[in-house]
Ligand binder design. Structure first.
Ligand SMILES: Nc1ncnc2c1ncn2[C@@H]1O[C@H](COP(=O)(O)OP(=O)(O)O)[C@@H](O)[C@H]1O
Ligand SMILES: [Mg+2]
Length: 368
């Protein structure tokens, strides 16, 4: 990356999503999603396949009309699902990068990048200056005179990103742009995308199902599940203070561990082990106790702890991530010891859990 690039900082718009709904027939693909994203943020829409990420992104882009709720950029309404009013996609000042990068095969890299500028009426000299700038930003200025067919997949994706960033959009949208790249290239490219986001000054929305990618890139994360927003916040907020059992088990490497217990005489019990004391609920109610990965450990069979079986041990920075099975559940624990597959051990838990969740997976806080 060259240092001559002029940063376009401060161009981004804040994005407000207010009770956004999208229905397909009687299915709600997006169900009452609300969030306030500050200008210049990089929001990751995160969740399993089919949870409504792409549909949310397409409504922000203007490629899909909401069935209800509103989207605003700054104080300008882009779409109102109740009145049906919508600013067309091409008037929203957005740039979008997809998983498949449709470059013009008969145009050079430079011509591909200059094309949207030409369409927008930029002069020749201005176009040339800007294309050199963004190609430099993505480290592909030496490829300017090549044709897409002469480039690798990773290089083509960079050209697609350069072309998107070139017209200085106020909002950048990405839908799983790294999915077609191999593991190593994904890691390198995501760091560059964060840099592109930062230097563009745009507000970005980035869709992925990969929580590691989300934690690496995001200033803000919105976790979606079945069209509903589970939680919106900074990566630290979601890791430190998950509001749902789903978020607790979805995020983190390793993620937090949830153990289900049943209330008996004011204690939350799991197979003879007290998970939490002073639980003011009737006997027989169930809660899940959450433990942070750094608070749990593995021990040999004797002593108190939850019985588990080792599935695998993966070396990690001088230690091991040991994946164990507890009934149908898989749990990852960081350990100093490499345990053999099939070893029967105990999961040692701290005296008190970090959080409790009710049977519906919502945070349950008896002190609040
Ligand atoms: N054009 C459409 N017509 C009908 N159903 C759709 C359409 N687009 C998406 N869906 C449905 O909406 C849900 C959310 O889809 P999508 O937003 O693509 O999820 P994600 O990107 O998180 O994988 C899915 O159940 C999907 O099948
Ligand atoms: Mg999708």
């Amino acid at each position: 990356m060259t240092e001559t690039t002029t940063p376009d900082v401060g161009r981004g718009a804040s994005i407000t999503v207010d009770r956004l709904v999208k229905s397909f027939g009687d299915q709600r693909a997006v169900n009452e999603v609300s969030m306030d994203l500050p200008a210049g943020a990089l929001l990751v829409l995160l969740g399993p396949s089919g949870c409504g990420k792409t549909t949310t992104l397409r409504m922000i882009a203007g490629l899909e009309d909401p069935s209800g709720g509103r989207i605003r950029f700054g104080d300008k309404t882009m779409a109102d699902g109740d009145s049906g009013a919508a600013v067309p996609a091409e008037k929203r000042g957005i740039g979008m990068v997809f998983q498949s990068y449709a470059l013009w095969p008969h145009m050079t890299v430079r011509a591909n990048v200059e094309w949207p500028l030409k369409v927008a009426g930029w002069g020749t000299a201005e176009r040339r200056r800007r294309s050199a700038e963004v190609l430099g930003m993505l480290g592909i200025d030496h490829l300017a005179e090549r044709y897409p067919g002469q480039l690798s997949g990773g290089q083509q994706q960079r050209v697609a990103i350069a072309r998107t960033v070139a017209p200085r959009p106020q909002v950048l949208l990405f839908d799983e742009p790294l999915s077609n790249l191999d593991a190593r290239l994904r890691v390198d490219t995501r760091a560059e995308l964060v840099e592109v986001h930062r230097r563009s000054g745009a507000t970005s929305v980035y869709v992925t199902h990969d929580q590691i990618e989300a934690l690496a890139m995001a200033t803000h994360i919105a976790v979606l599940k079945e069209g509903r927003l589970e939680q919106f916040g900074t990566p630290d907020e979601l890791l430190e203070n998950p509001q749902t059992a789903f978020v607790a088990e979805f995020l983190g490497s390793p993620a937090a561990v949830l153990i289900e217990g049943t209330v008996a005489s004011g204690e939350l019990m799991h197979e003879g082990i007290a998970l939490a004391a002073a639980v003011p609920l009737p006997d027989g109610e169930t809660l899940s106790a959450m433990y942070r990965p750094e608070a749990i450990s593995l021990a040999e069979q004797d002593g108190t702890g939850v019985d588990i079986t080792v599935l695998e041990s993966t070396p990690s920075a001088g230690r091991f991530v040991v994946t164990v099975r507890r009934g149908a559940k898989r749990i990852a624990v960081v350990s100093e010891t490499r345990y053999p597959v099939g070893a029967r051990l105990r999961l040692v838990l701290p005296e008190e859990p970090a959080a409790l969740f009710d049977a519906e997976g919502r945070r349950w806080d008896h002190l609040a």
